[in-house]
Each structure stands twice: as structure tokens, then as C-alpha cells.
Design a protein around this ligand. Structure first.
Ligand code: SF4
Length: 336
């Protein structure tokens, strides 16, 4: 019997709704969520394929969790570092934060080299803007925000794009294209209160500070679905600080992330790398221990999207794997 269940797309921070199609409780595809206010019946290819990684789904073994807790207990808490990922729900992140606070574990909240901005522009602000200043290839990487940029242009906004790729989808709709440093770009523009600066990649902390002081609304668009929720709880960690923490770690706990390709770091040098993941990925491949957990399809929870809207979602199907909150409770009860 076919069923359609509503959930949220986990593939970027735009916060689109997505329908999952089940046939006798097996996922067989996705379907656009027609009435969802963020994406209004559209999903990009990343969103539509977001259920495909269930093919690499992992199954739980309680003995491995006991071994992992033993490894954490045998390490000085100051040498334990936790990856605080925007792939997790707000509820899971709250549990991870409480664990880190109570045990004194280090936290890496790396967010594409970005940080939290508060307040941020809304998606409606984009459509009403007089000028849009876009840094990065947002039409390609975050298409359902990109759609708002197209609509703003139709409404008469002028679009300025600064990116490395001159022929990208974002560059193709621009009124003025540049490929300069963020500093030079910001110096060359004249934003006002009805302008919005959108960005999804920034190289340096100095550039983030320049953006913060710009006379314009800002909208950082993160690559992970709940990075905004994560940064509402924990300050973003710079790449330099993250590398230093990794270098000093004896146990690394990775909750629901595939981080090995995000840092130029020899992860195998960490004595114990423990990965909690629903699916196989490059990070589980090199881990010392892998603990399978529920995926977002099997959890109830909430994500906070790029514009700061928190949306709840319910599980699409049942799983025998533990959720992060249950795992944290177990670690919390056994590690001093
Ligand atoms: S724009 Fe982002 S949230 Fe929306 S469908 Fe695409 S990947 Fe998912």
C-alpha cells in the first residue's frame, strides 16, 4: 500500500518541505510538498535524492556502544572533542550540548567557515529587496532560495553577484558580476536598508566582520539543514580553532556528520575516532567505532532554517536504532 508522509529536507538550510513515498513501509521515492510555505511545491535535485543514502543504512549493536563508553571513560575529559553538527535536530543538539557542558568536553561547531548572525533577513525580504548582493553560487547550491532571487529580479531588484564561476547559474541572472575578494566586493557596493546580502561561502573571519558591519540585511545560507539551530546554542568554531582542537584530541565523537572532507587534517592520527551515524560515509570508513543511529526519517524533532524559522517534523517510519538523545543519556549516566 502506498503512503505519502510529510517531512523536511535534510540537504541544506533552506528548510523546504518534502514528501516521502512509502510502499508497504519501504521508502520508494520523494514527491514535492505542494502546500509547504518555503518551497511551494518544488524541491531541488539534492532534496529529491535525499532519501537515497538509506541504501547505506547501518544497524545497531549494543555491545559496540558499551565498548565506546569504555573508551570515553578511559580518556581525560579535556581530551574528548565533540563535533556539533547542523545535521542534527535541535533536540539532539540540546542533549549533546548538555553532555559537553556537564563533562567538560571540547566542542567543534564548524559551519562552512560562517558564523551566527542575528537578526537575519527573511525569504520575504529577498523578494522585496531593491538590491541583492549575492556571494557564492546560491542558485546552484540552495536553489529554493535562488528562486526567491529570481522573483526579486522579476519584481525589479538589481542583482550583484560575486563568485569564482563566471558562468554559474547565479552569475547568469546577475546585473553586475564580479570575481574579487569579499572585501573589495563590499567596498564596491552601496547597500541600503532595503538591500539583502546573501552568502554561502566566506573565506575569513575578517570578511565575516566586514559583512556584520555592512548597512544591509544579511542572510547566510548554510550547507546543513540545522546549522542555524546549532549556532543558536553554541558559537561557531573557526577552522583554525577546529584544527587545533582536533590536533589535541584523544577521543573524537562525531554525531551525524561526514567531516573528513571538510578539514585538511589527518583524522587517523586521533587515537579513538567514534562516529554516530545512520549511514555509511567517508567518515565511518576511517572510524575506530561506528554506532548506528536513527536518521532524520526515523526521528521526531525540529530544524531551524537559514531565516531562523523553527519547523517540527515527525518520523516517517520506525527504526530499531537508538536516537542521539537515548545514546547521550547512556553516556551521561556512565561517564564521570
Ligand atoms: S533547496 Fe535545500 S532544503 Fe530545499 S529541496 Fe533543495 S536541498 Fe532541500
Amino acid at each position: 500500500m502506498f503512503e505519502i508522509k510529510h517531512t523536511l529536507c535534510p540537504s541544506c538550510s533552506v528548510g523546504c518541505g518534502i514528501n516521502v513515498i512509502l510502499d508497504n513501509e519501504e521508502i520508494v521515492g520523494t514527491f514535492p510538498y505542494k502546500r509547504h510555505p518555503i518551497n511551494e511545491g518544488k524541491n531541488c535535485s539534492n532534496g529529491r535524492s535525499s532519501v537515497e543514502n538509506i541504501e547505506g543504512k547501518l544497524s545497531f549493536d549494543s555491545k559496540v556502544l558499551d565498548d565506546v563508553i569504555g573508551k570515553i571513560k578511559s580518556c581525560n575529559n579535556e581530551k574528548v572533542t565533540v563535533i556539533f553538527s547542523g545535521n542534527n535536530t535541535n533536540e539532539d543538539l540540546q542533549a549533546i550540548k548538555s553532555l559537553c557542558d556537564s563533562k567538560g568536553f571540547n566542542v567543534i561547531a564548524y559551519a562552512d567557515n560562517l558564523k551566527n548572525f542575528d537578526p537575519v533577513a527573511s525569504y520575504d525580504d529577498i523578494e522585496k529587496a531593491s538590491n541583492l548582493f549575492v556571494i557564492g553560487n546560491i542558485l546552484y547550491e540552495n536553489p529554493l532560495v535562488g528562486r526567491r532571487i529570481v522573483r526579486a529580479k522579476e519584481n525589479g531588484a538589481k542583482i550583484f553577484v560575486n563568485d569564482d564561476l563566471e558562468n554559474s547559474p547565479t552569475a547568469n541572472i546577475t546585473d553586475e558580476f564580479t570575481s574579487v575578494s569579499v572585501k573589495e566586493f563590499l567596498e564596491s557596493i552601496a547597500p541600503d536598508e532595503s538591500s539583502v546580502i546573501l552568502f554561502n561561502e566566506i573565506d575569513s573571519v575578517e570578511d565575516l566582520d566586514l559583512l556584520e558591519s555592512a548597512d544591509s540585511k544579511l542572510l547566510p545560507v548554510y550547507s546543513k539543514s540545522n546549522t542555524k539551530g546549532a549556532l543558536n546554542l553554541v558559537e561557531a568554531t573557526s577552522k583554525e580553532d577546529a584544527l587545533e582542537l582536533l590536533d589535541n584530541s584523544e577521543v573524537l565523537l562525531v554525531f551525524n556528520d561526514d567531516i573528513v572532507n571538510e578539514f585538511d587534517f589527518e583524522f587517523k592520527s586521533i587515537p579513538q575516532m567514534i562516529v554516530f551515524s545512520p549511514f555509511q560515509n567517508d567518515t565511518t570508513e576511517i572510524a575506530d567505532f561506528v554506532i548506528p543511529i536513527k536518521s532524520w526519517l526515523e526521528c521526531d524533532g525540529s530544524f531551524t532554517n537559514a531565516e531562523g524559522l523553527t519547523q517540527e517534523f515527525s518520523s516517517v517510519y520506525e527504526s530499531e536504532n537508538m536516537g542521539i538523545v537515548e545514546i547521550i543519556e547512556k553516556i551521561n549516566g556512565e561517564v564521570e
